[in-house]
Design a binder for this molecule. Structure first.
Ligand SMILES: *[C@@H]1O[C@H](CO)[C@@H](O)[C@H](O)[C@H]1NC(C)=O
Ligand SMILES: *[C@@H]1O[C@H](CO)[C@@H](O)[C@H](O)[C@H]1NC(C)=O
Ligand SMILES: *[C@@H]1O[C@H](CO)[C@@H](O)[C@H](O)[C@H]1NC(C)=O
Ligand SMILES: *[C@@H]1O[C@H](CO)[C@@H](O)[C@H](O)[C@H]1NC(C)=O
Ligand SMILES: *[C@@H]1O[C@H](CO)[C@@H](O)[C@H](O)[C@H]1NC(C)=O
Length: 247
């Protein structure tokens, strides 16, 4: 099983390197700075029973629903999953709420990471407050050059595998589709600086790329925590989200 996963990880590396730590392959923010939960009250960590770490994040879109990446949820069972919201500390504080169902986009493919989106339904509603709130879904892909905020508890760089205790954030410009890595589809949106080490990293998968209080992307994949990163394009996938989640 381990061999299969490692092999598959190498296959996808050639085309698309998912920003998840699968038993150790996820994404954390590289080149960012500390953030407080008040600044990013819509982010949550995904916890799996029996694991001491959290390899993926999600965005709260209503009191019962969160959006994350398909590549995060595809290996999970709802019965083993909970989310932690309302905290900027890794695996500490806030509230923990169990999932009741997980939904992975039926067209998701782990070769290209196309349709890399999924939903978590909670077993009981989250209570909103200063540190917990919902983010709205983008209706349109934002213009090239728009500043967007990506956040998470992923590794601080691609080599040290250092997990921050404090939530990290970095602001990146949305780039044109032509600047996306070669395997591009309309279900993707790209952001970042070609020549900078400011990017999501392993452990940031499934987390938010936001413009103010609008979710425009879900952390999907990219290079080794540098350069242009790829996100599920929320404006494009919004219809699928709304067909499942009653928000
Ligand atoms: C990718 O999907 C194939 C078939 O659905 C599966 O056999 C393989 O294990 C998956 N790879 C990863 C890394 O999940
Ligand atoms: C970021 O947060 C960590 C943990 O809370 C702290 O040790 C570090 O000093 C903070 N960095 C800055 C620049 O404030
Ligand atoms: C909100 O989070 C901050 C830490 O960033 C914490 O000090 C505060 O107690 C939290 N407030 C509530 C209502 O949970
Ligand atoms: C995950 O859930 C299944 C039931 O769906 C249960 O049998 C298993 O023990 C759980 N795993 C952990 C690590 O809790
Ligand atoms: C990095 O790229 C930007 C454009 O994306 C360019 O303006 C800048 O000069 C480049 N910096 C270096 C050091 O190459």
């Amino acid at each position: 099983m381990i061999c299969v996963l490692i092999f598959a990880a190498f296959v996808s590396f050639a085309l698309a390197f998912p920003y998840q730590q699968p038993e150790s392959d996820s994404t954390r923010i590289s080149g960012g700075s500390n953030a407080t939960i008040k600044e990013i009250p819509y982010i949550a960590q995904i916890n799996v029973d029996g694991s001491k770490t959290s390899d993926c994040d999600a965005s709260i879109i209503s009191s019962l629903w969160l959006v994350s990446a398909a590549h995060c949820l595809i290996r999970m069972r709802a019965a083993n999953v909970s989310i932690r919201a309302g905290t900027d500390q890794f695996m500490r504080g806030g509230v923990v709420i169990r999932a009741s169902n997980l939904y992975v986009h039926p067209s998701y493919t782990n070769i290209t990471q196309d349709y890399d989106i999924g939903l978590i339904k909670l077993a009981s509603p989250i209570t909103f407050g200063p540190n917990i709130s919902a983010i709205s879904l983008a209706e349109r892909k934002p213009a090239v050059g728009t500043s967007a905020l990506v956040s998470g508890w992923g590794d601080l760089d691609s080599t040290s595998e250092t997990i921050p205790t404090q939530l990290q954030k970095v602001t990146l410009p949305v780039v044109s589709d032509l600047q996306c890595p070669p395997v591009y589809t309309p279900r993707m949106i790209c952001a970042g600086y070609r020549n900078r080490s400011q990017s999501p990293c392993y452990g940031d998968s499934g987390g938010p790329l936001a413009v103010r209080n609008t979710l425009i992307g879900v952390v999907s994949h990219g290079g080794a925590c540098a350069g242009i990163s790829v996100y599920a394009n929320v404006a494009n996938l919004r219809k699928w989200i709304l067909s499942i989640a009653s928000i």
